[in-house]
Design a protein around this ligand. Structure first.
Ligand SMILES: Cc1ncc(COP(=O)(O)O)c(C=O)c1O
Length: 431
């Protein structure tokens, strides 16, 4: 047996194969060792630019010294209190409420995105005394049973048996592959009008709420056309539905605004946050109104690790870093540079069918043919493998697994964007 410092990538992958199940998402064969900002080094010392941010988590960059210090300092003081309040949790609660739209005035902390989404579904049910939830084709809200049941991706749910009853799935505006074969803006947002048809045919009269992502992450960074979400919110309000916005992925500057809801001045009844809020410290949040939270009695919602002092201290440091380093503005500015470069590549390479995104989140969709839009899933995989081999850490996702995800930490610099896009371009030239 080799001693630990001698173990290389191949050795670690063997350990993984032996002791870990193969049910996690496919990734190029790299064993990460450490990171700094928007760069990563593997266990062999090889360097990578990062376009993953983990999975849109490390918004303030890898191993930010300030975050590391906050977590280490807190670890030496107090780790867990369950529901007993701590100054760290309370300061975080206050700061988040001060930053979200004024009608939102209460927050409860959880550990994962799925846990927050599950909590939001329970709140919508308890508050409305109903149980039907409208959700969207291609939507993803987590893997525990509540969120999985409102997920609009068959591959996530397949053979897991009956889902939680009450989900009504409706088409989402995936305009590049419009389910109605229409074109925006000529379509007049037909998919929105279609919601009435969905409800009139599917609902048994127990509508509780509607759950939506500002852009669909797992389905391939699918962005709705401008104006859609506001109109959707108005539609939900007319029907008296609890409007749940899943910003687990889109929050904390990812789209060039602190919250994605700012792009359309949305006023959700429940706002769920995750991933970037701790930038690696496992914490999520459900933010809502006193009125909606009042539907829950004492002891009806809490979480063993939710908002523990360790994660709260981390999340507080993340907020400070975001402010001091102007990361939201940087995401918007540097995002423009990244977008322009990706669009140039689309001009150049026929097999890029679509580039979409905003801020520092882009999907590059690979197709076999621009006319038919047949997904080029194998090509996407090959491109990812070659990019990683050349030092660009990236992954793919999407309804058809043919979308490269471009979501670097928000601290990425224009120089790093330039170099990393250069690596992608070299790979595309080989294809
Ligand atoms: C939009 C959205 N909601 C919820 C989740 C679930 O988050 P977690 O994996 O932390 O449970 C994810 C994770 O990818 C997500 O992208």
């Amino acid at each position: 047996m080799k001693s630990e410092p001698e173990l290389k990538t191949a050795d670690w992958l063997e350990v993984s194969q032996r002791f870990e199940p193969a049910c996690m998402n496919w990734q190029a064969p790299v064993v990460w060792d450490h990171g700094r900002g928007a760069e990563i080094w593997d266990v062999d010392g090889k360097h990578y630019f990062d376009w993953t941010s983990g999975v849109l988590v490390t918004n303030v960059g890898h191993a930010h010294p300030r975050l590391a210090e906050a977590i280490a300092g807190q670890a030496g003081r107090l780790l867990n209190t369950f529901d007993f309040p701590t100054p760290e949790r309370l300061k975080l609660a206050q700061k988040l409420i001060e930053r979200t739209p004024p009608h939102l005035d209460k927050v409860i902390f959880m550990t994962t995105g799925a846990e927050a989404m599950d909590a939001s579904l329970r709140m919508a049910r308890k508050y409305s005394h109903n149980f039907e939830i409208i959700a969207f084709w291609g939507g993803f809200h987590g893997r525990s049973f509540g969120p999985m049941s409102v997920t609009g991706l068959a591959k996530i749910k397949k053979h897991f048996g009956p889902m939680v009853p009450g989900t009504i799935l409706a088409p989402y505006p995936y305009c590049y592959r419009c389910p109605f074969d229409k074109c925006y803006p000529d379509c007049g947002l037909f998919c929105l009008d279609f919601l009435d048809r969905v409800v009139d045919t599917e609902s048994a009269g127990y509508l509780a709420g509607l759950i939506v992502e500002p852009y669909q992450g797992t389905s391939g960074f699918v962005f709705p056309p401008k104006g859609y979400l506001k109109k959707l919110e108005e539609w939900a309000a007319k029907r008296g539905l609890v409007f749940i916005l899943d910003e687990v992925q889109s929050c904390y500057g990812r789209t060039g605004k602190m919250w994605a809801l700012e792009h359309e001045n949305l006023k959700p009844d429940i706002l769920c946050l995750g991933k970037g809020i701790g930038s690696g410290a496992p914490i999520s949040a459900v933010i809502s109104t006193t009125k909606i939270f009042s539907a829950l009695g004492s002891g009806e919602m809490s979480s063993t690790m939710g908002g523990n002092p360790l994660c709260s201290a981390g999340a507080l440091a993340v907020l400070e870093i975001m402010d001091e380093e102007n990361l939201v503005e940087k995401a918007a500015q540097n995002g423009e540079i990244l977008k322009a470069r990706l669009l140039e590549l689309m001009q150049k390479f026929e097999f890029i069918g679509d580039v979409r995104g905003i801020g520092l989140v882009y999907g590059v969709e690979f197709v076999k043919n621009r006319e038919t839009k047949e997904p080029a899933t194998d090509l996407a995989r090959e491109i990812v493998v070659r990019c990683v081999a050349r030092g660009l850490m990236c992954g793919k996702l999407g309804l058809y697994g043919n979308v490269m995800r471009v979501a670097p930490p928000l601290v990425i610099t224009p120089e790093q964007i330039d170099e990393s896009v250069g690596i992608l371009e070299k790979v595309l030239l080989e294809m």
